[in-house]
Design a protein around this ligand. Structure first.
Ligand SMILES: [Zn+2]
Ligand SMILES: [Zn+2]
Length: 152
């Protein structure tokens, strides 16, 4: 799967636009309760991106700090007009930005490498062919390597 870099994306109303200039590290599904509540859906998607590769190119965000499912503080960034959440800063990992891949212009360009917290998943929402972890994934560096071998 060859990724056409930069990846671009933005919010529903179009005021907030961003670009990802380098190959991300991986895409994950998370089935935890926190992700379900925040998205109002069955799971969340995370595209782990190096901060140096992430660029906001139009518009600003409003943000709030709130603990994620791990208990670590997360800074959720939303468009101030339409309130789409485009990305999350994980404050414990300052070199990383978690871009929400549903906001990419081409969300089908990236495929998740693993799904976390299947112990909290709806049975019907578990993706059949994607690695499962009952809680947080182990060997995250190994998963980064696998994802980057698939998306070049
Ligand atoms: Zn917007
Ligand atoms: Zn989660």
């Amino acid at each position: 799967m060859v990724l056409d870099l930069p990846l671009s994306g933005g919010c529903i109303c179009g005021a907030l636009r961003y670009r990802v200039n380098g190959l991300p590290l991986a895409v994950f599904i998370c089935h935890c309760r926190n992700c379900k509540q925040r998205t109002g859906s069955a799971f969340s998607l995370s595209m782990i991106t190096q901060r140096k590769d992430f660029e906001q190119i139009e518009g600003g965000t409003i943000w709030r700090d709130w603990p994620g499912g791990s208990g670590n503080m997360h800074r959720q960034h939303l468009c101030p007009h339409c309130l789409t959440r485009t990305h999350t800063e994980m404050l414990a990992y300052p070199d990383i930005v978690n871009v929400r891949p549903g906001t990419l212009d081409r969300p089908d360009a990236v495929v998740p490498i693993a799904q976390a917290w299947t112990s909290a998943a709806h049975a019907w929402a578990i993706a059949p062919d994607i690695k499962r972890f009952e809680e947080d994934p182990s060997d995250v560096q190994g998963l980064f390597k696998e994802w980057r071998a698939i998306h070049r």
